[in-house]
Design a protein around this ligand. Structure first.
Ligand code: ATP
Ligand code: LTN
Length: 335
């Protein structure tokens, strides 16, 4: 039986945080054996908002090491840097020419991010088209992401469907979004009504970085915003969003059920104990990852070799697909 094809991406901007791990990467790692996997460091998406070039280069290599440290195995998955595979940029342009502008203006991530920018770049509006190309170049069936990306995957399907209807049925496979059972939306510790996001890493106490030392992790959780009550429970009540977020994080890192999680805190003397309990569970998960990361970063040449190998494997799939796209769109192929 052929294995389902999985594609997912992550931006090398800012600091990789607990939300990225629980919402996306933990799932990528868990299902590697049963699927054909493509995991992409989407540097061309990162430059849709201004980036410092020196920092971007550093962050891209760091992210490669983080993903390997989290357990992405290059023998099981193709891990590569988006800009190493030219087909992504080409595919984006071709899809731009069949995507109505109105579809892009409806994207909530564009609305959020453009509100935060002084000057909005064309690439930021076009971001989901580049993403649609990423996914469909590999005929991915499944896209494991956090909840914030759901709308982009729906748009990918719309773009794919429109291309298929216009040119050739079924040229593109229409992908499905795969959300994790827990951790699909980890909220900021400073403000549990906002999702934990790299874009807010300048706000103290907002996020837990994957590479934070245990001391720092404990400090962040101790300062997490909760409510004035003392009841430890899962709840949709916005008042209890802070406690709910802490419990969700606990369930996601320990892989316990909600009942088991509540039982673990049955004797807690208030939110202080909850915060320390969650911090310790997070520390236990992240410590081996941080140690492995430090080892990987001590050999940058090996990291570069791994990325080159991934790009070669990705090109073998993406290049013929984009060539085929050009052909059916009526472009003359070079002889
Ligand atoms: P930005 O703030 O720039 O949008 P980000 O923190 O959302 O960055 P991305 O690189 O855009 O990070 O996302 C990588 C993956 O992590 C995506 O699958 C996304 O859905 C997931 N993700 C991001 N933040 C969270 C979160 N708070 N909870 C769960 N999943 C998340
Ligand atoms: N927009 C995504 C990153 C991304 C992606 C992809 C995710 C770019 N291309 C393809 C899944 C599939 C985000 O996480 N913010």
């Amino acid at each position: 039986m052929t294995k389902p094809i999985v594609f997912s991406g992550i931006q090398p901007s800012g600091d990789f945080h607990l939300g990225n791990y629980l919402g996306a990467v933990k799932n990528w790692v868990a299902r590697q054996d049963d699927k054909t996997n493509y995991f992409c460091i989407v540097d061309m998406h990162a430059i849709t908002v201004p980036q410092d070039p020196v920092q971007l280069r550093i962050k891209t290599r760091e992210l490669a090491a983080i993903l390997l440290a989290c357990g992405i195995d290059p023998d099981k998955s193709t891990l590569f840097i988006q800009s190493h595979v030219r087909a992504h940029a080409e595919c984006c342009w071709l899809l731009n020419c069949i995507t109505p502008l109105g579809w892009l203006h409806r994207m909530t991530q564009f609305k959020d991010k453009s509100n935060r920018q002084e000057s909005v770049l064309t690439g930021l509006l076009d971001y989901p088209v580049l993403q649609a190309g990423d996914i469909m170049l590999y005929d991915a069936n499944e896209v494991p992401v956090g909840e914030d990306q759901k709308q982009h995957i729906e748009l990918t399907r719309d773009i794919g469907q429109s291309f298929n209807a216009r040119y050739e049925e079924p040229f593109f496979t229409l992908p499905k979004v795969m959300l994790p059972e827990t951790g699909a939306r980890v909220m900021g510790l400073d403000n549990p009504t906002n999702k934990m996001s790299k874009s807010f890493s300048h706000i103290r106490g907002h996020l837990v970085k994957l590479l934070d030392e245990p001391k720092e992790i404990l400090r962040s959780f101790k300062k997490a915003q909760t409510d004035s009550g003392n009841e430890i429970m899962f709840s949709d009540d916005p008042e209890k969003a802070g406690v709910n977020n802490l419990l969700d994080i606990y369930v996601a890192v320990t892989e316990k059920s909600k009942e088991e999680a509540l039982a673990d805190f049955a004797n807690a003397r208030g939110y202080g104990d909850l915060k320390v309990g969650v911090a310790n569970a997070v520390i236990e998960t992240l410590t081996p990852i941080r140690e492995r990361y430090n080892e990987l970063m001590s050999d940058p040449a090996e990291l570069d070799r791994q990325m080159a190998r991934g790009a070669e494997q990705a090109r073998a799939v993406a290049d013929p697909k984009v060539t085929h796209m050009k052909e059916i769109m009526g472009l003359v192929l070079p002889s």
